[in-house]
Ligand binder design. Structure first.
Ligand code: SF4
Length: 483
């Protein structure tokens, strides 16, 4: 994923830029960077944030960026950015989020024109942000260049360009990642996460950019350079899992959607709770995002919400930083500390944002059973993940054959684990009304040693978000999206 933040102000804005970018730290694991514009063009700093906080790495550099009235910042999961570019359009800095799936094809086309070269990255490949800049530089103006890049790129690529005139903010063609514009006296800002505005004094939201929309921000206001497209495929997972609770996308708050997801999960259990088939002493959430789903479930049923384990965050800030999955699991397990007296002899229903591989969750369940939990029931807030993400650099579904749903299909069908599951089989198992779907869910339940497992229905998830289905990307669950 990744997150963007940019400001144009009538005053020095470097502190605001730093804090606003810092509010995107949960969206990326690799690089953090800032660029500001001074008389002679943009200047930038970039740091590796894979093992340290953006705040501690970037703070010492602020003095070099000071006294600037415009700037952009990025938390990146892929390449080092922002990049500073000198081109026939002028000097500018650029930062992007998303993933360019057709980057090899675009590279070959650029070489055919004999008009481009790219820097080799240490980790292999070329920079996506450099590719976006190369596409933009093909045209005669920034707005034409950005529009050209939006059409050429398959995948997604929202971007901020820091120029002499102000900041160009452009959302990817199908609006998979959000961009929101905030306003305060003397300044405008653009952010992936609207929660970045609140404590930085941006009291009002000027607008939520539409898919493919391009605007130019300066300290006086917002000028639309390209209207939004009709089609949208905003990522549903923003609301389910990785978006920040205090943020709004498409004017819909994340925390409230999570409560609605919990409500829907509770409604689907209503009959079993009434008849006593499902007896629960407490509702809990797998931290962090499972907590809000759990609160929603508790509100609907009246069963108390409790925290039978707590998360130790001061020294374990997040679990997905290490590249090695085993170390990530170890970190995740070290963070969760059970409260034995609350677990013993209790029947606990957990809400979870989603079940990905299930390995980490399996360890948590083992730990709860070891401390005497009577029954553990799991209610993920979204359907089983069975498709990979082709549109974002989304870390949750990178290795498709490791997904719990896919492992279930392989076992149940006796398939060769070195090969991909045929598309027709995935389609059959993802159909919530099919016998195969229920076999898959039962397999995952047994694999995780759960007493019951019931996933959110896709319709209920869509209703909880509140946008029409055709405006949402739900590809992870039904394979329905497109470039
Ligand atoms: S495939 Fe999943 S993670 Fe990727 S954009 Fe669609 S909903 Fe989001």
């Amino acid at each position: 994923m990744g997150g963007l933040f940019g400001i144009v102000s009538k005053e020095d804005c470097v502190n605001n830029l730093f804090h606003g970018t810092d509010y995107h730290f949960h969206l990326g694991t690799m690089r953090g960077g800032l660029a500001t514009y001074k008389e002679d063009g943009p200047t930038h700093v970039i740091h590796d944030i894979s093992n340290s906080q953006f705040r501690s790495k970037l703070e010492p550099d602020l003095k070099n960026l000071r006294k600037s009235r415009s700037g952009i910042g990025v938390i990146s999961d892929i390449d080092s950015q922002p990049l500073t570019i000198e081109s026939h359009l002028g000097k500018y800095a650029i930062a992007t989020v998303g993933v360019i799936k057709n980057i090899d094809k675009l590279k070959k086309e650029a070489f055919r024109r004999r008009s481009a070269h790219f820097t080799d990255l240490e980790e292999g490949g070329i920079s996506q942000t450099e590719m976006a800049a190369t596409l933009i530089n093909q045209e005669g103006s920034f707005e034409e260049g950005i529009a050209y890049a939006q059409e050429a790129i398959k995948g997604s690529c929202s971007m901020l360009l820091l120029t002499e005139k102000g900041i160009y903010a452009a959302r990817d063609k199908l609006g998979r990642t959000p961009l929101t514009i905030g306003k305060k006296e003397n300044a405008y800002a653009a952010a992936s996460e609207s929660c970045a505005f609140i404590n930085n004094g941006y009291d009002s939201i000027e607008r939520f950019l539409g898919p493919g929309e391009i605007i130019l921000l300066d300290a006086e206001g917002v000028e639309q350079k390209k209207k939004p497209n009709k089609d949208m495929q905003v990522c549903s997972f923003l609301w389910v899992y990785y978006g920040f609770p205090a943020s709004e996308y498409e004017n819909i708050n994340t925390e409230e959607v999570r409560y609605s997801c919990g409500n829907a999960l509770a409604k689907s259990d209503e009959k079993d709770i009434k008849t006593g088939k499902l007896k629960i002493d407490m509702i809990a959430g797998i931290p962090d995002s499972g907590t809000a789903h759990g609160i929603g479930y508790s509100h609907e049923t009246g069963i108390p919400f409790k925290r039978p384990f707590t998360k130790y965050t001061p020294t374990w800030p997040r679990s997905f930083m290490p590249q090695d999955q085993k170390i990530r699991n170890l970190v995740a397990n070290m963070k969760l500390i059970p409260i034995k007296s609350m677990v013993k002899d209790k029947s606990i229903l957990f809400c979870e944002d989603s079940i990905v591989r299930g390995t980490q969750l399996g360890e948590t369940i083992k730990m709860l059973k070891k401390y005497g939990a009577n029954e553990i029931h799991m209610r993920p807030a979204c359907p089983p993940l069975v498709y990979g993400c082709d549109f974002l650099n989304f870390s949750r579904s990178k290795k498709i054959n490791e997904l719990a749903g896919i492992r279930a299909m392989m076992e149940l069908e006796g398939l060769d684990k070195r090969k991909d599951v045929p598309a027709e089989i995935v389609r059959q198992y993802s159909d919530e009304n099919s016998e195969k779907y229920h076999q898959m869910v039962d397999w995952i339940r047994d694999d995780l040693s759960l007493d019951s497992l019931k996933y959110q229905k896709l319709d209920d998830l869509v209703k909880a978000i509140g946008l029409p289905k055709e405006k949402l990307c739900t590809h992870c669950w039904d394979g329905s999206s497109y470039f």
